[in-house]
Ligand binder design. Structure first.
Ligand SMILES: [Zn+2]
Length: 305
């Protein structure tokens, strides 16, 4: 791939389109064998959005300690990433999350940031076991529609995105603001899922999966081919989120209807294949990335529609 092409694909802004309005979507983790309507009620709309704003991060930045592993090509890093065989996400201490109502900017950012700290504790041991260096993501930024970032302007209806350039999580918090007491739990669940998904993109960045994706996206010819790579990338972040929740079901005291909310809230695309539910259940059960190799299966297994 040319340097130019690489620059074009570098600054991945993995966008999660989401909204509290869709928290009623049911992904039945309690009924893992039910494969019927897990994905019919809402629409996954996550799209990787490569933006040509920065110079490419060097592929030689593969930061594995093992020299042999460092010789993996970008495609191999997707297919055979050591993360897949490093075990489960840790059960983290997440019991001290803020309890303030999610009704103000301050409360939203505080809650999301605290949840990211919980994600740090859960993922760090696994990242290190995989041979990669762990660094936490950048801050959770208040990013209402129209606000700017190193990865571009926050679009309307985008719930959040992860920015490769500064590793920040940009949170369009007004979309998740909830005043009513009745909706507080659902609101928290949505923010949790949103952060866990964006954190999945940070995991991809830490483990050079993002480099591999950038490479494949850049090499893909045409919109359809690129969308297929985006589907793989998004489904993997989705699966990583599910793995985190599987490993932390007890620590987060997830049960009953709470679990039913752990779908991808508010996907933009109008139809969702059962693939989405399958990866959710798979990651949740495995409690780790072993179930999340979305690069080694036919595209029909990862497509959203
Ligand atoms: Zn995403």
């Amino acid at each position: 791939m040319s340097g130019t092409a690489k620059a074009v694909v570098l600054a991945i802004v993995a966008v999660l389109v989401a909204g509290v309005a869709a928290v009623g979507v049911v992904w039945s983790l309690n009924q893992p064998d039910e494969s019927t309507d897990a994905a019919s009620a809402s629409a996954p709309a996550v799209t990787g959005r490569p933006t040509p704003t920065t110079a490419p991060r060097s592929v030689s930045a593969v930061n594995l300690s093992d020299a042999d592993r460092a010789t993996l090509t970008e495609n191999e890093i997707l297919l055979h990433n050591p993360l897949y065989s490093a075990g489960q996400v840790a059960a983290a201490e997440c019991s001290s999350l803020p309890t303030a109502r999610l009704a103000t900017e301050r409360a939203m950012i505080r809650y999301a940031s605290a949840f990211v700290e919980c994600l740090n504790r859960a993922w760090a041991p696994l990242i290190k076991r995989s041979g990669f260096k762990f660094t936490p993501p950048g801050a959770v930024h208040s990013a209402p529609t129209g606000s700017d970032s190193a990865c571009g302007v926050m679009d309307k209806d985008v719930g959040a995105f992860y920015c490769d350039v500064d590793q920040g999580i940009y949170f369009n918090w007004p979309d998740y603001q909830v005043e009513e007491s009745y909706w507080q739990e659902a609101g928290r669940v949505s923010v949790q899922y949103l952060m866990a998904h964006e954190y999945g993109h940070h995991v991809q960045w830490l483990t050079d999966l993002a480099d591999g994706y950038n490479s494949r996206w850049g090499a893909a010819t045409g919109t359809a081919a690129r969308l297929r790579e985006e589907d793989r990338n998004e489904m993997q972040a989705h699966c990583f989120a599910a793995a985190f929740f599987g490993a932390n079901q007890k620590t987060l005291r997830l049960h009953g209807e709470q679990l039913a909310h752990y779908g991808h809230p508010g996907f933009q695309r109008t139809e969702v294949g059962d693939n989405f539910g399958s990866w959710l259940r798979q990651g949740f059960r495995a409690r780790g990335p072993s179930a999340c190799n979305t690069w080694a299966v036919p595209w029909t297994k990862v497509k959203f529609t």
